[in-house]
Design a protein around this ligand. Structure first.
Ligand code: DGL
Length: 261
């Protein structure tokens, strides 16, 4: 089984991307809806949660784990990789690689939660690969609650997106990384407001490509994944928002199970 976790609903965009790339595989998802958001918590707390989330998924039979949360990926990847003996994927590394491939002028924008932007992980990783790139970032703390509220097309959401993107637009970015797994649900508005010429990098698509490439290169691991087409979603609190967004994002009737970690 492929295990995926997020603080709540954002990781469903990663499940959607994985199901497109790897249809027929077995998936187990954990959304930590009781403790969301992670983006406003301290790094120590997010590391502790990420370790618990991974333990849960491995206990459910996951043989590979995707940390489908930029916040957890930015502060907890090393700790999770140290502790567990299965392949671990973060959402940041593939987004960095892809943005360096597509950026024409090396002017890369990053948006994410406060925790992700404060960690400076994207800047550090981008400039470690290519010191000449310029990185402009902006935390967008209001976007997660707007997505959770299902306000994906409201005028107020468009206004807020415009305001957050303005400082990046004036720096003439040519590429924009959606450094939060909630943001692909706002991709249309973001593309309109940042301008059609800016390439948008969706970290959920990048990590799905990376998992697919890894499984192709490691048939021994691939064989352990299970391909009966089953997916199970677990949450630490059953909320109306999660149920609605899970249905619209995955476009299928999802069954949810409540767990207490
Ligand atoms: N999905 C999370 C991320 O990618 C954001 C939500 C949260 O703050 O927990 O960072």
């Amino acid at each position: 089984m492929i295990g995926i976790f997020d603080s709540g609903i954002g990781g469903l965009t990663v499940v959607r991307a994985l199901m497109l790339q790897l249809p027929g595989y077995d998936y187990v998802y954990f959304g930590d809806t009781a403790r969301t958001p992670y983006g406003t918590k301290s790094p120590e707390t997010v590391v502790a949660y990420a370790l618990e989330d991974t333990t849960f998924l491995i206990g459910k039979g996951a043989k590979l784990v995707v940390m489908a949360c930029n916040t957890a990926s930015s502060v907890a990847t090393d700790a999770v990789k140290r502790q567990f003996n299965v392949p671990i994927f973060d959402v940041i590394t593939p987004a960095v690689k892809r943005s360096l491939e597509v950026s024409r002028r090396g002017r890369i924008g990053v948006i994410g939660t406060r925790a992700t932007i404060n960690s400076d992980i994207y800047r550090n990783k981008l400039q470690a690969e290519d010191p000449s790139v310029e990185v402009f970032s902006n935390a967008c703390p209001l976007l997660v609650p707007l997505v959770e509220e299902g306000w994906l097309r409201k005028p107020v959401t468009t206004m807020i997106v415009k305001k957050y993107l303005h400082p990046l637009k004036v720096r003439q970015i040519d590429t924009l990384i959606l450094g939060c797994t909630h943001y692909p649900l706002l991709e249309g508005i973001i593309q309109t407001k940042v301008g059609q010429r800016v390439r948008i990098i969706d970290s959920s698509v990048g990590v799905a490509d990376a998992v697919k490439a890894f499984l192709e290169a490691h048939p021994d691991v691939d064989q352990q994944m299970g391909q009966t087409g089953q997916s199970k979603l677990y949450v630490s609190d059953i909320t109306e928002q999660f149920t609605t967004i899970a249905r619209t994002t995955l476009k299928e009737n999802v069954s949810l199970e409540l767990v207490k970690l």
